[in-house]
Design a protein. Structure first.
Length: 342
């Protein structure tokens, strides 16, 4: 558990660097802004009304963008497997401050993955943020969303690297002021430094940080949707595995859910995943193996998706199980599937 990793009780007031170049007004920009302010005094009432309308439209657009960013759209992934240690939750007291993230405990060397696609903007001790210690990474995901990964034992990506959701980026460790190995995981929304509860943040995006099955809603896209499409094809549906969870794929899932006595809502979640996946081992072949290979590739396996469960795929399964502290048997059963698709 973190001994430090604290943020102030008002994180929005914490001065931190912004993503990319320093974002501030130049002297010329300030003067231009003052000039525009003087000009604005002379605007007619009609122009003011138009400006207010434009502002309202911009606010509506921002709200729509924020809602889309919170969808269970397959764009996010679980950053690490482990348990939540006592006192390692978001907001736990840290002297005069509060814990800035959620701790996920496991042994040193456990894989750490990017929670979403983005760019590595910090790779340093404490990630350059106040109150943090240990080797750390910060990933910028766009739309003023950031994730922080602390107390790392080793880095697996470079500064400024572009990463994909689920890509292995580091190894869990115990660097800095800690009581044992774990990942200190933070989510920042609005700007870097404005932390929010990682458990709720990821849950709104279909990810269970505690390690449960993911939730994928209609309209989602990406590798996890390809996994679903391949698994559905093994069930007799002739879907195009294009990674787009559109109306054709959704209706196929709904028919499958009805056939299993499940709520036919089209969401692939904790009720649907366990009956959709297959336990696979070396010698298997077909669309369900393509699903497995796609899921492994999302976690940096780099397999050829050929539908053949040979020795290469077996080794990839075993490697994934090993770095995530699962039973290393080379068999893709429900526990391995749940970790891969989370």
């Amino acid at each position: 558990m973190c001994r430090s990793c604290a943020t102030t009780t008002a994180p929005a007031d914490t001065p931190v660097a912004a993503e990319g170049p320093i974002q501030g007004l130049s002297r010329r920009g300030l003067l231009a802004g003052l000039g525009l302010g003087v000009l604005a005094v002379n605007l007619s009432a009609g122009a003011s009304t138009a400006a207010a309308s434009t502002a309202a439209e911009a606010e509506t657009k921002t709200a729509t963008t924020a809602a889309a960013a919170a969808a269970k759209n397959g764009a996010w992934a679980n950053p690490a497997r482990g348990r939540f240690p006592a006192g390692g939750h978001y907001g736990a007291p840290r002297g005069g401050a509060s814990h800035a993230g959620q701790d996920v405990s496991n042994s040193t060397g456990t894989a750490v993955y990017a929670a979403a696609a983005g760019t590595v903007v910090r790779r340093s001790w404490g990630g350059g943020l106040p109150g943090r210690t240990g080797n750390a990474l910060v990933i910028a995901h766009g739309n003023n969303q950031y994730t922080y990964y602390g107390h790392l034992n080793a880095y697996r990506v470079t500064l400024n690297a572009r990463v994909s959701a689920g890509q292995r980026i580091a190894d869990m460790g115990a660097t800095g002021n800690v009581t044992g190995p774990h990942l200190h995981f933070e989510t920042h929304s609005g700007r870097l430094g404005a932390t929010v509860n990682p458990v709720g943040f990821l849950a709104a995006r279909g990810v269970d940080l505690a390690g449960g099955w993911s939730r994928i809603d209609p309209g989602a896209s990406g590798a996890t949707v390809v996994v679903i499409q391949h698994l559905m094809n093994r069930r007799g549906h002739g879907l195009v595995a294009d990674g787009q969870y559109g109306s054709v794929s959704v209706e196929a899932v709904k028919r499958f859910q009805r056939s299993k006595g499940l709520a036919a809502d089209g969401q692939v979640g904790p009720a649907t995943w366990p009956v959709l996946v297959h336990t696979l081992r070396q010698g298997a072949g077909g669309s369900h193996v393509r699903a497995l290979q796609t899921a492994l590739n999302r976690r940096s396996a780099r397999l050829t998706v050929d539908g053949g469960f040979g020795s290469v795929t077996t080794n990839a399964v075993r490697a994934y199980q090993s770095v995530n502290r699962l039973v290393v048997d080379g068999v893709a059963g429900p526990v391995t599937w749940r970790a891969l698709t989370g």
